[in-house]
Design a protein around this ligand. Structure first.
Ligand SMILES: *[C@@H]1O[C@H](CO)[C@@H](O)[C@H](O)[C@H]1NC(C)=O
Length: 331
């Protein structure tokens, strides 16, 4: 009898620990930043990815045109889809690449706004903590890069997701070193992240829901679809009425429609080196637009419309798409 109750005590403690951790995790939400829309209720931003090359490979030319479009649209902020610094992220907080590839390049007046950035696989090859460090914000107050976080307002909620730890190949292929501090074990990291994203999406009452990651869910470019994201992240986005998934990784511009939900996949990974020249014909379904050169994307949101425009290195409009919603379906 005594041994039985000792056992039940042990079981009780085990359950408390397991359930307690589950409970703790449930309340450990993603960090949130509020970005209030303009007084007319609209919000505009630019999306750029795969850029930090000290101005080379047309990075400076793209940056110049971003400045022009940013001025015209009176943008509220800029979103970076990752691979912020080539080839291997930052070596530390004092790496001059930060200013040489970011501050000095995106110097236009209209780009002096908040930048919200995720990490790409190349960033994981350097010192990840350095890129996340508040020290960089002292050097350039526009910079905000975190692993996963939310930018919210009543108009739009943007869910930034750290996609690099999803890709199994990076853990098994020995040719590059990745900084997995804070990610190990990846299975737990991914499970917790998916839980957080799902809960935040489910609770969101924003008019527009946008998810940003570095890796593509769908892409007709060099890397193609990311199977881990198709399997693990896409079902969550489909079940929670996400409007757009935006990413980089493939150095091109793309607009692909999901075939089984209203989700639009928007690729903006053309911030510098491009022209790889390989297009996957197999992913033909749902591909509305594919451009293999440099450029960027703009997003203009109102309560009823989302206008997306893609631009090339000289600022020429390459492709436009509009999504609309009923006014009465909100709040
Ligand atoms: C820069 O852009 C121009 C115009 O699209 C293109 O012809 C050229 O090849 C690009 N340069 C590089 C280094 O990619």
């Amino acid at each position: 009898m005594a041994s039985f109750s000792a056992k039940s005590m042990t079981m009780f403690f085990l359950f408390t620990i397991i359930f307690g951790f589950g409970f703790l995790h449930a309340s450990a939400q993603l960090q949130r930043f509020t970005h209030t829309p303009k007084t007319d209720g609209s919000l505009n931003f630019l999306v750029i990815g795969d850029w930090g090359r000290r101005g080379k490979y047309n990075q400076s030319e793209v940056a110049f045109q971003m400045g022009v479009v940013g001025e015209k649209l009176d943008i509220d902020f800029v979103v970076s889809t990752g691979d912020n610094f080539y080839d291997d992220g930052l070596t530390g907080e004092h790496d001059p690449n930060f200013e040489e590839s970011f501050s000095k390049i995106y110097a236009a007046k209209s780009l002096q706004k908040q930048w919200y950035s995720v990490l790409g696989n190349h960033d994981y090859r350097g010192d990840v903590e350095a890129q996340l460090s508040p020290f960089l914000r002292q050097i350039d107050s526009r910079w905000l890069c975190l692993r996963s976080f939310i930018v919210d307002s009543e108009l739009v909620e943007i869910f930034f997701v750290d996609t690099t730890p999803f890709v199994e190949e990076y853990f098994t292929v020995p040719e590059h070193h990745y900084d997995w501090n804070g990610v190990n074990p990846p299975q737990t990291y991914i499970a917790n992240l998916l839980k957080d994203v799902e809960m935040a999406l489910r609770e969101s009452t924003a008019k527009w829901k946008i998810v940003v990651g570095h890796h593509a869910i769908r892409s007709a470019g060099h890397h193609g679809d990311t199977k881990e994201l198709v399997n693990l992240l896409l079902p969550i986005l489909q079940a929670n009425h996400v409007d757009f998934y935006m990413n980089g990784h493939d150095h091109c511009l793309e607009h692909i429609s999901d075939l089984s939900s209203p989700i639009q996949f928007l690729v903006s990974g053309a911030g510098s080196k491009a022209w790889r020249g390989d297009v996957r014909e197999t992913t033909g379904n749902g591909v509305n637009f594919f451009y293999d050169g440099q450029g960027f994307m703009s997003v203009q949101l109102t309560r009823t419309d989302a206008n997306i425009v893609f631009y090339d290195v000289s600022g020429q409009v390459l492709h436009k798409t509009t999504s609309s919603k009923q006014l009465h379906s909100s709040i």
